[in-house]
Design a protein around this ligand. Structure first.
Ligand SMILES: NC(=O)c1ccc[n+]([C@@H]2O[C@H](COP(=O)([O-])OP(=O)(O)OC[C@H]3O[C@@H](n4cnc5c(N)ncnc54)[C@H](OP(=O)(O)O)[C@@H]3O)[C@@H](O)[C@H]2O)c1
Length: 251
């Protein structure tokens, strides 16, 4: 699918990985809408950067936990920018959710942001994409889609479900709309990570270092524009999923 002149929506993109994805799609010529929840100043700055690339850009506030607000936000966005051809579900809620627990708030919040938000956004945008005979959806996951992560149960289970949703929607929306995922490895450290954690995660990859955010963005750009890849996932993890093999043999 031609990205030039297309309209893309990237959720949770005021900064970090989402910002880079938005900029990469703009470099491909797409007009880009980004959503933010709390980082308005970063979102405004990113919009300025996007516009400086010669495309239309806008930022809207959207809290995916507020399910009732999603349809209105999309209507407003499409009224201003035109129909959305590319949806990138990037927003994330990466809080610990220890188990067992008496506080289930983190579990539900994670699912709203990581799974139900993408489901509702896809459901709202798919009819237009199908009518126009073109569209692509890219969901951002990570290795927790395949492996449980201690203390991050909600995140792992929600990302696994997001990967399953990717395949399901690829089947439902074929042939005119493609649905894929990008599984990132360690790319931009969470603010809560200390130096030891950052170093340990780097050592666990075959590359021996944190990944380049530009590589994640390039994978998204490829999938967003591809008409022949659907229901699949590109892993951009510096070989993190094979790091255990090297550890096992004492290298
Ligand atoms: N960073 C990495 O190394 C890494 C590794 C593997 C996979 N990933 C995946 O790549 C994606 C981006 O990673 P990241 O580290 O850049 O993500 P992040 O900083 O954890 O979150 C991205 C954005 O999500 C938004 N967000 C949080 N709660 C929200 C809510 N309730 N409703 C709507 N938006 C909400 C936040 O917007 P505000 O700032 O405006 O509140 C935040 O800027 C995520 O899907 C993540 O799982 C990242």
């Amino acid at each position: 699918m031609k990205l030039e002149g297309a309209c893309a929506l990237v959720t949770g993109a005021p900064k970090r990985v989402g910002r880079e994805i938005a900029l990469e799609l703009a470099r491909a010529g797409a007009n880009v809408a980004i959503t933010f929840r709390s980082s308005q100043a970063d979102a405004d700055h990113t919009v300025d950067e996007l516009r400086s690339l010669g495309v239309e850009a806008v930022a809207i506030q959207l809290d995916l936990r507020d399910r009732g607000s999603i349809a209105g936000a999309i209507r407003e966005l499409e009224a201003g920018m035109g129909p959305i051809d590319v949806l990138v579900n990037n927003a994330s809620y990466f809080e610990p959710t220890p188990f067992p627990t008496e506080d289930h708030g983190g579990w539900y919040a994670t699912f709203e942001v990581v799974l139900h938000g993408p489901y509702h956004l896809a459901n709202l945008l798919a009819p237009g994409m199908l009518d126009r005979g073109r569209g692509s959806i890219v969901n951002i996951v990570d290795l927790s889609a395949w492996h449980p992560w201690p203390d991050r149960g909600a995140h792992s289970v929600a990302k696994s479900a997001l990967l399953a949703l990717t395949r399901q929607l690829a089947v439902e929306l074929a042939p005119s709309v493609t649905v894929n995922a990008v599984a990132a490895g360690p790319t931009v450290p969470a603010q809560s990570f200390d130096e030891a954690q950052i170093e340990r995660l780097a050592r666990r990859t075959l590359a021996g270092r944190w990944g380049e955010v530009a590589d994640v963005a390039a994978a998204v750009r490829f999938l967003a524009g591809s008409t022949s890849v659907t229901g699949d996932c590109i892993t951009v993890d510096g070989g993190e999923r094979w790091g255990h093999v090297r550890e096992r043999f004492g290298d």
